[in-house]
Design a protein around this ligand. Structure first.
Ligand SMILES: Cc1cc2nc3c(=O)[nH]c(=O)nc-3n(C[C@H](O)[C@H](O)[C@H](O)COP(=O)(O)OP(=O)(O)OC[C@H]3O[C@@H](n4cnc5c(N)ncnc54)[C@H](O)[C@@H]3O)c2cc1C
Length: 391
């Protein structure tokens, strides 16, 4: 007699925010997913930990207990030169420690009765003649009817299923710096962003409790330039870059409707290339894609034959156009360079629109569809006339 591994309904590979929030949604719907991660939790994750207000809608209500700084201001500089600060009357984002944040969600999965297998790496997957998938892991093998790749930027599930969802790769380099080493108040409720130093690249400083996360991101093909940029950023902040350990990670971007599912395999979050090209934001899209995947997987187990294939249309309708719009705005912003920067400094209107997008009151897609350069110019001129002191 041939011994068969038990057949799981759903196997989720990766317990980052995409994988765990998907597992929670499936558990709530009465399914019993197994979730597998190669790391033992809590585990580190290279990330600035910026959690926008719009991302909170997908998270457990008591997420507030692990949020660090509340951010409502952005300090902007151009090519590491002079800067200015813009404020918004409401919070734009919170910072989180990804080690804590991801462990918090993984604990929720376990508390809800989910099977969480830590320290187990997916090595390969093959379709069995019966239609299920067989997974080989560092600890053995298992079978599942539906596989979800929530395994991040270098997804083994995407590779195993022959899916290539990513258009561009960015590389992020980041150092964690004790806050006391930087003698400036610029980081109070404030993040710092530098633009214009390299094409499609930018630098950030995010406060998180006693730490500052100082990083640079840009095209993977410019890796060397990025290292030089990070060194310049650290010395700009008065830090010795040789003494600070740097961590690096890929950021995957999709701006075209590439495949994210086939044959009962779905990709979510970074595995599907869902990080914003302009802002680098990936957590919101990881959570949103997990919510969309959950809806389709539940439909599949309720007998809707086309539910899993429908995930592709949902991603192409609800997420890809937003990522494409952000990419296009980023290209315009880069092209205009110092002019765009001066506009942002001088006028509040583009800043306010950007804040609304961060909070989820608007999307880049809506902004693009309403974009009328003539009306924008008119608004800017009227506001500039109002701001001008009367002689
Ligand atoms: C430097 C940097 C800064 C960033 N800053 C921000 C920010 O401020 N705000 C924001 O919204 N986004 C940010 N991002 C993007 C964000 O980190 C990701 O978009 C987000 O983590 C994606 O979540 P995920 O669940 O899809 O994948 P991940 O969080 O990457 O989780 C994937 C999980 O899969 C596991 N895994 C991988 N391979 C296997 C395998 N073979 N077998 C088993 N398990 C596996 C990993 O251990 C990991 O736990 C940043 C990214 C970088 C690189």
């Amino acid at each position: 007699m041939i011994f068969q591994n038990p057949l799981h309904e759903v196997a989720i590979i990766g317990a980052g925010p995409a994988g765990t929030t998907l597992a929670l949604a499936l558990l709530q719907a009465g399914l019993k997913p197994v979730i597998i991660d190669k790391a033992a939790f809590p585990r580190p994750k290279v990330c600035a930990g910026g959690l926008t207000i719009k991302a909170l809608q997908f998270l457990p209500r008591d997420i507030g207990t692990i949020l660090a700084d509340e951010i409502s201001r952005v300090n902007l500089s151009f090519n590491l030169n002079r800067g200015f600060t813009k404020s918004y009357p409401q919070p734009l984002l919170h910072t989180v420690d990804r080690r804590r944040f991801d462990a918090f969600l993984a604990e929720r999965v376990q508390a809800a009765g989910g099977e969480f297998r830590q320290g187990e790496r997916l090595e390969s997957l093959t379709k069995t003649p019966g239609g299920a998938w067989r997974l080989e892991t560092s600890r053995g093998s298992l079978r599942a009817r539906v596989i979800v790749g929530a395994d991040g930027a270098r997804s083994a599930v995407a590779r195993g299923a022959g899916l290539q969802p990513v258009d561009f790769w960015h590389l992020g380099l980041q150092a964690e710096v004790p806050r006391k080493l930087i003698r400036t108040a610029v980081f109070d409720r404030t993040i710092w962003l530098d633009m214009g130093s390299m094409p499609d690249g930018y630098a950030w400083g995010f406060p998180r409790g006693d730490l500052l996360l100082i990083g640079v991101g840009g095209p993977l093909s410019r890796g060397r330039e990025l290292k030089g940029y990070q060194a310049r950023v650290l010395s700009h902040l008065g830090l010795d870059n040789r003494s600070l350990p740097l961590a690096a990670h890929l950021i995957p971007h999709r701006v075209t409707p590439r495949p994210v599912c086939r044959d009962q395999v779905l990709l979510v979050g970074d595995a599907a290339g869902l990080a914003d090209f302009w802002t680098g934001e990936g957590i919101f899209f990881a959570l949103m894609s997990a919510a969309l995947a959950a809806r389709q997987i539940v439909g599949f187990f309720q007998g809707e034959a086309d539910a899993l294939a429908g995930y592709q249309s949902l991603i192409d309708r609800e997420i890809t156009p937003e990522l494409t719009s952000a990419y296009q705005f980023s290209k315009i912003f880069n092209y205009l360079g110092p002019l765009a920067f001066r506009c942002l400094e001088r006028y509040d209107y583009p800043w306010e629109v950007f804040c609304r997008v961060m909070r989820g009151d608007r999307s880049f897609l809506e902004v693009k569809s309403r974009f009328r350069p003539d009306i924008l110019l008119h608004k800017l001129l009227v506001r500039s006339a109002r701001n001008r002191p009367i002689a």
